[in-house]
Design a protein around this ligand. Structure first.
Ligand code: AP5
Length: 218
């Protein structure tokens, strides 16, 4: 299965992707996680991406398209789930071209729909583990010990781009540049399912699994 997860920042893409890969054995390819890894390793790509990420803007398309093509080429035959990519119509077009050259296409797009005010609450309360990447929330998804990762005991951190001001810019960027990607997939006859992402984590997973189970049986 080849799946794209679309949705605003904080819609729960990363949270749901982790559940999808655990159930269906797919590879999770998150453009945001790859960029953060490049930054942590202080690579040239990471340094180029830094100022865009910190301000809530998108990293230029060509950098992202090359980076994700490389990651997709290394994916196993069982398939992958894309999280945070494509984020512009140009990225979606480039992805389609590169899949077509391998005689492939996306099987399904899951569009996580969420209200803007819910996004702000989720992002400002998010905490993540710098060691294993686990994601928590100070109210909705608490670790067993406050501020400590359940998996490896590392102290949790807040992402620098989760401040209220940067979240506002990320939302603007999403509405302007990423929402049109949903229309792109609708117009190009790809199966698109809207999922109500305002619901709690388990309910959203239930809706996602319903669609994916039906697809797997078809
Ligand atoms: P990226 O890391 O992709 O950030 P994003 O899309 O803004 O999404 P997030 O990771 O912030 O949120 P999410 O939807 O995964 O939510 P999560 O599951 O964590 O990108 C960061 C930056 O990199 C971009 O701004 C850009 O600069 C650059 N970039 C990345 N990709 C790019 C591209 N393709 N092109 C150009 N630039 C790119 O959940 C959030 C919180 O809510 C958590 O605390 C979680 O526990 C909680 N939560 C989740 N679901 C629920 C629920 N149902 N109920 C209650 N709480 C919930």
């Amino acid at each position: 299965m080849r799946i794209v997860l679309l949705g605003a920042p904080g819609a729960g893409k990363g949270t749901q992707c982790k559940r999808i890969v655990a159930k269906y054995g797919l590879l999770h390819l998150s453009s945001g996680d790859i960029l953060r890894r490049e930054r942590a390793e202080d690579t040239e790509l990471g340094r180029k991406a830094q100022e865009y990420m910190d301000s809530g803007a998108l990293v230029p398309d060509q950098i992202i398209v090359d980076m994700m093509a490389d990651a997709i080429n290394k994916a196993p035959v069982t398939g992958f789930v894309l999280d945070g990519f494509p984020r512009t119509v140009h990225q979606a077009e480039e992805l389609a071209k590169s899949l077509a050259s391998a005689k492939q296409k996306m099987d399904v797009v899951l569009n996580l729909k969420i209200d803007d005010q819910m996004v702000v609450q989720r992002m400002t309360g998010r905490r993540s583990c710098p060691q294993c990447g686990a994601v928590y929330h100070i109210e909705n998804l608490k670790p067993k010990i406050e501020g400590i990762c359940d998996n490896d005991g590392t102290r949790l951190v807040q992402r620098p781009d989760d401040s209220a001001e940067v979240v506002e810019n990320r939302l603007k960027t999403y509405h302007l540049q990423t929402e049109p990607v949903v229309d792109y997939y609708n117009k190009n006859n790809c199966m698109v399912f809207d999922i109500d992402a305002n619901k709690d984590v388990g309910e959203v997973s239930g809706l996602v699994f319903e669609e994916l189970d039906a697809l797997a049986k078809a």
